[in-house]
Design a binder for this molecule. Sequence first.
Ligand code: PEP
Ligand code: MG
Length: 767
Amino acid sequence: MSTGNLIDRADFHLKIVQEISDLVNKSTGLNTILKRVVNKVASSLHFDVVSVYVWDEQNQQLYLRSTKGLSVNPLKDPITLKPNEGLTGLVFQKSRPLTVMPASKHRRYKYFPEIGEEEYESYIGVPILLQNRCVGVLVGQTKEKRVINPAEEMIFEIIASRLAGLLEVADRLERLKTPSIVKHETRTYQGKGVSTGIAIGNVFLFRGLFQQISSEESEKSDPKVEKIRITEALSDVEADLENLVKTLDSKKLLSKAEIEIFRAHLLVIQGKTLRNTMYEKLKQKNISAELAVVEAIEDIAEQFESLPDRYLREKAQDFRDIGERILHELLKLDNGNVQMVEPEENSILVANDIGPSFISMLFNNSVSAVVIEKGGETSHAVIIAKSLGIPAVVGINNICNLIKPGDKLIVDGKTGFIFTNPDESLISEYKNSYSNIIKIREVIDREGNKKSGEKRLGVKLTANIGFPIDIDSAKQYGIQNVGLFRTEFAFTQFEKWPKVREQLRIYKNVAKNFDGYITVRTLDIGADKLLPYFDFPKEENPLLGLRAIRFSMEYLDLFKDQIKAILLATKKGYKFKILLPMITNLWEVETAKGIVGNLAKEVGISSADIPPLGVMMEVPAMIYQLDEYNDLVDFISIGTNDLIQYVLAVDRNSNMVRHLYSGFHPAVLRLLNDVYIKTQYLGMDVSVCGELAGTPSGALCLLSLGYNQLSASPANVPTIRYLCNRINKDLLNTVRHKILNTRKKSDIERFIIETLESIDPALIEIE
Ligand code: PEP
Ligand code: MG
């Protein structure tokens, strides 16, 4: 098969997963969803039969819940299976996927003539696992004898994992079922739960200026005046876009395809359609220019969204972008200053994405949960949500268009489910779960300052900080040292690039709160971390582009300012370490080291007082030059968030491939093991500062591999201490042996969950 075919097939498989995901998100009612899923899998992957069997706890049997291809209607004529019956029973019993060809030769084969099962020769069954408990089986069969390939097996596993959560929710709803539930139109969507906890509140839909304008009261306006405003705004936008295209063309900052996007925007601005739709709105409704822009843009965007072609559907977003530009001009014309609408008390912030300039909204105490279409577990909005201890769910496609501002919403940050318009019984069910979590949290928090396990195991916990709130909770748990200070968040608080003295203030303000050292990571911007006052060049693959140390090396003067400010703070008597992000070349460290040395002389710091210099291992290349880095630096800190993405080639913020991003992939764990062994051989000071270190499952693995310096978000410190207080070296040895000798990520994950459960089930609840 040619490479092209392989790529096409991978694309095709991803497309199926995506389509099924959309299907689950957009449908209501378990029967409908299951029916659509089995139909879709059967038609896309060419299976003659696809069925879902569900475990009935009460009667201890599996029953056929939905099927495509078998000659039976399971809702009318129930088909049941005991766990010791047939291949499907075997999958259930073993909780393991099974592929068999020819199926009829397998010792556990049992055929059901009443449903016409005798003719099927290839069989695949995968368990539907909910937190390690098998709640059903997804089965595929073909008449033709054909080998079921690993890619198909993987798709079945992904779909089964999607169904697992769905069945749990259905079970919940089933138990509460009253006829009103369906009428009430509770809708369920599932994304990825990335910060645990439960919140019940009202939707605050964040769409930048669009959101603000569309929620404003409309006052009667003079259409003639408003028309002039629109005309002026359009000509300003036109001039801006023309300049932009010219600059981009001459400086070659963007690819041709990207410049074309702006040219297309320009054509829209110059054309008659948008302009006339806006004028028409003014004439008909006597509304403000801003509202006319929003309404006209929304009309056009909606038309695009209703088109069957995906490419054209996505154009809707371009129109909204253009709308944002026009609104900016209009608002600048008025007062030069844009006022943001603030979320009300107990709001659930729902957004497509939350850029750094809007992140401060989260600090408003009124936000009780976050739901974001884009972004992954380690996106910065999520890291902040975790710091604040509020639930967060990411990756629900199109959610901003599926719900309305003010809708009542339940957010379950653990399972990733959200429910719109929940009825009273669902609310009270969740209120109970909420109080349960609070109780567990209280129990765990009671050990938030108990360091006995940490001491016994020789573990050193430090804090990851980015925001003032992190400092408070680090102090609350008696954390003396900061293992990672993400400076980029402090930089977003400025309106223009901060001067050295302004930066000095940042470092002093953090350092005065800690007796120990502060590991200041130099700016890690680019890719998903942008600064409102810096015009970043657009790139095809920003995660592989100009970010972190590469940015600093490109803009050396800005880097020097940062180092100077850290050194000036050192001179005031505070203890710092300097950490360089995303290092892939020795020269980056040599250059940085030279700058630190020169600036230390300039500000008058003796060589003995220069802060220790360290590198982050975020790119696997470093492992092959560890000894050479060791000659240059004093310590190394492993950033697992990026390391996982670069080892597995999985964008940490992508919805499409988020099921492939995992710290429990055997390759990741084996790499971490190799790194640990190498660093010990070289006598290096090594710590781990990625999110993995702050979860019970991740910390358990890291401790088992020998890592004993973990840096975690302070909000997670009590959980890690709770874990340390309950484990010993023998258990860690068993864990190490198992995770390094298991072939599949799913088996490792299952083992870790089982182990945590045996240590204390509270650890699973809080994970
Ligand atoms: C990491 O990559 O693990 C890390 C700590 O850096 P950040 O999450 O800020 O990219
Ligand atoms: Mg990183």
